[in-house]
Write a protein that binds this ligand. Structure first.
Ligand SMILES: O=C(O)c1ccccc1NCC(=O)[C@H](O)[C@H](O)COP(=O)(O)O
Length: 241
């Protein structure tokens, strides 16, 4: 059985690495230079980086040049997220050399475009399913975007390769992941799922790792690493068996 992949997160707002609570604009704590943070995770043994342009996600500007520089500076795989909603933003994101992009709002608001780019780019496109209960949220998590399971069925039929599943109520709270949500999503799709939001401890990561046979491929870890709840080396060790 493959081991759980870990994706340390670097969320960029106004040029700084930050973490939000519940993804809410204005709730950020700053953790300094994004490139330094990303390089630190790489040095610690990360195989993936989850890199988010929060300003692009919220429509408060963007950090595209900086995010592209971070991506180009990495020797590891990068999953790029935040504000990728049209041909121009997708082309710019893919041109950074990232391994894949994560589409959020676009999957809810412009489904025809998402179906087209899934067909064109296959595995380089993941879709972020950001949920409260079973309702999806779009636009930097501020708008309702329909039913999780209906959208999942549609994206599956369109050939979506992978889902990044975030329980917004857990995100940035260090309250533990929503394992039920992950199980429920895995039960209705055969596509790999990346878990996001709420990881607080090594036990949380071990609990997510028990879902690998059900289809969970990876886990994004943000706040817990910045708050030094554990080190990335400890996290990689915890999921290595
Ligand atoms: O990923 C996005 O596009 C996004 C958009 C708007 C707000 C937040 C967004 N992502 C947040 C993340 O991906 C977090 O880094 C991740 O969920 C980690 O959460 P945690 O471990 O709870 O800090």
């Amino acid at each position: 059985m493959p081991k759980l992949e870990l994706l340390p997160a670097v969320d960029v707002r106004d040029g700084q690495a930050v973490r939000l609570v519940h993804g809410e604009s204005g709730s950020e704590t700053s953790y300094g230079d994004p490139l330094s943070a990303a390089l630190a995770w790489q040095r610690a043994g990360a195989e993936w980086l989850h890199l988010v342009d929060l300003d692009a996600a919220f429509g408060t500007g963007d950090n595209r040049a900086q995010v592209a520089e971070v991506t180009r500076s990495m020797d590891i795989k990068v999953e790029l997220s935040g504000g990728i909603r049209d041909d121009a933003s997708l082309a710019a994101a893919l041109a950074t050399g990232c391994t894949r992009v994560n589409l959020g709002t676009a999957a809810l608001e412009t489904p025809e475009w998402v179906a087209k780019v899934i067909a064109e780019h296959g595995d380089r496109i993941a879709v972020g399913l950001d949920v409260r209960g079973t309702t999806l949220r779009g636009r930097g998590w501020t708008r309702d975007g329909g039913d999780l399971y209906e959208t999942l069925a549609r994206l599956d039929a369109e050939g979506c390769a992978r889902y990044v599943v975030t329980d917004i109520a857990k995100d940035g709270t260090l309250q533990g992941p929503n394992l039920e949500l992950l199980k429920n999503v895995c039960a209705v799709t055969d596509r790999p799922v990346v878990a996001s939001g709420g990881v607080s401890s090594l036990d949380d990561l071990r609990a997510i790792a028990t879902l690998v046979p059900e289809g969970v491929e990876g886990a994004i870890v943000g706040k817990a690493l910045y708050a030094k709840a554990f080190t990335l080396e400890e996290a990689l060790e915890a999921v290595s068996v």
